[in-house]
Design a protein. Structure first.
Length: 116
């Protein structure tokens, strides 16, 4: 009987250790995700500030170039406008290219069952 009791205690200890390891792994994954989310938020703020500064510099230089940021594809773009009317002459990358990128990001997210 004592053998079964000792074996049972060892099994309980092993299960407890395994549960602790699993819990730590989950906590570590949650911490990494939280860090990633806060980093993305900071990056988004810094990107917006940088774009604002670039546009101010372009205005001071009296150019017809303006910068922007597309949240859906996480990429910057450049608009070249006509001086008199403000009409967009060229957009780099093109609107079509940005829509294609957005579509492919969504498709990849569906294929691999993740969202970015």
């Amino acid at each position: 009987m004592e053998i079964f009791k000792v074996a049972s205690q060892q099994l309980d200890t092993q299960m407890s250790t395994q549960n602790t390891q699993n819990t730590r792994a989950v906590e570590r994954a949650n911490n990494e995700q939280n860090t990633k989310n806060s980093t993305q938020t900071m990056d988004s703020k810094s990107v917006n500030e940088t774009i604002k500064k670039l546009n101010e510099d372009m205005q001071r230089l009296e150019t017809n170039v303006r910068f922007g940021y597309n949240d859906k594809i996480d990429a910057m773009y450049v608009n070249v406008t006509e001086a008199n009317s403000g009409k967009i002459i060229r957009k780099i990358p093109t609107e079509h290219a940005m829509k294609m990128t957005e579509y492919f990001k969504e498709a990849i997210g569906m294929l691999f069952d993740r969202k970015e």
